[in-house]
Design a protein around this ligand. Structure first.
Ligand code: ATP
Ligand code: MG
Ligand code: FE
Length: 341
């Protein structure tokens, strides 16, 4: 069975071809350079870029997979959550393809798909997804920070999420305060690798809070005050590196502590993580250390699959197809605020 998947929820235009649990191709056209000039994603520009890029990206994905349109058995696209103008481009194009080819269509929840990206590569493969159930999944990106209890395949519930800024947003806003280009997360990661994470003490918001929620806007504010009171930190490379390492450590400690705590409380044996911030080297290594100590299996999404991509959309759609889920109507609309249960 061959499935074509489309993702256009934010600033990545992506198409993937999936065959029997294997990703034959994933093409991602990122708009980061376009939006960098504005310091963040501009929704109207994102929608126009998706319009311009979707057909070339779809053609490239089919060429790379050596698949013709008449071989495609099902189509999937992100239906929500995301930017309305961005979502509508991918959803309507995918529904049009499904109509033209007379094949079933699946509208996919972007966050539910993130739960599958750690299973796309590595062992066991996604076909054995059930063998590692249940798990606690951390989704951590520029727009979201969520802890999810995956009880079994296609069954999950959200334990907590951020009450204000997402962790990636915190990275990006702190980077902006320091004068680093957008997106700031990778820049902070790079500078932090040569810094001392114990140099400056920043708050660990909601670390001891009983809930599984997060909060990162206070941390960003305390960095702002710190820079105001210590402007000299920006004049020395070593101090800048120490500042980045210290802020990164505060974010990572909160994410890792709360993820592992939830895994222990719910007595799961597996932790997974995805979303752009999962590219962060300190987060990856802290999760590895913490999970090893607690004898938890850790599945981290491969770096190229941490950020938004159509492979995760397609893998989830294929699982739904195999579990005989009902296809989505071809005239269903985008769901920009579609929250996971
Ligand atoms: P959504 O939240 O809807 O999934 P998004 O575009 O914000 O959309 P991603 O593309 O998954 O999400 O992630 C982008 C975020 O990841 C940015 O905030 C970026 O700074 C952050 N990021 C990427 N690499 C790193 C890194 N190495 N360290 C820290 N943050 C990173
Ligand atoms: Mg993105
Ligand atoms: Fe995402």
């Amino acid at each position: 069975m061959i499935l074509l998947a489309v993702e256009t929820s934010c600033d990545e235009t992506s198409v993937a071809i999936i065959r029997n649990g294997k990703v034959l191709s994933t093409i991602v056209s990122s708009q980061i350079k376009l939006h960098a000039e504005y310091g963040g994603v501009v929704p109207e520009l994102a929608a126009r870029e998706h319009l311009a890029n979707l057909i070339p990206v779809a053609n490239a994905a089919m060429t790379a997979a050596e698949v013709q349109s008449d071989q495609v058995d099902a189509i999937a696209a992100t239906q929500g959550p995301g930017l309305p103008g961005a979502l509508v481009v991918g959803l309507k194009a995918a529904q049009g393809m499904a109509f033209a080819l007379n094949k079933p269509f699946f509208g996919i929840n972007h966050h539910e798909a993130h739960l599958y990206s750690p299973w796309i590569t590595g062992s066991p493969p996604v076909a054995d997804f059930d063998s590692f159930q249940p798990n606690i999944s951390l989704i951590v990106s520029g727009g979201h920070t969520m802890l999810i209890h995956v009880e079994s395949e296609l069954k999950h519930h959200v334990l907590g999420s951020t009450i204000d800024d997402a962790a990636g947003e915190c990275f990006d806003k702190v980077a902006k305060l320091i004068g680093l280009p957008y997106p700031g997360g990778p820049e902070i990661d790079r500078l932090a690798s040569a810094g001392n994470p114990k140099a400056y003490d920043f708050p660990r918001p909601m670390l001891r809070d009983a809930s599984d929620d997060f909060s990162f806007s206070g941390l960003k504010t305390s960095v702002r005050y710190f820079i105001r009171d210590n402007p000299a930190v920006l004049d020395s490379l070593q101090k800048l590196q120490d500042l980045c390492a210290s802020v990164q450590e505060a974010i990572v400690e909160v994410l890792v502590t709360k993820t592992v705590r939830a895994a222990n409380r719910l007595q799961v044996k597996c932790v997974t993580a995805s979303g752009g911030v999962t590219c962060n080297r300190a987060l990856r290594s802290a999760l590895e250390t913490a999970c090893k100590r607690k004898h938890l299996t850790l599945r981290l999404a491969e770096k190229s699959l941490c950020t938004d991509n159509a492979a995760m959309i397609g893998v989830l759609a294929e699982r739904k197809l195999l579990h005989s889920s009902t296809p989505t109507s071809l005239d269903s609309e985008i769901m920009p605020g579609w929250a996971l249960a």
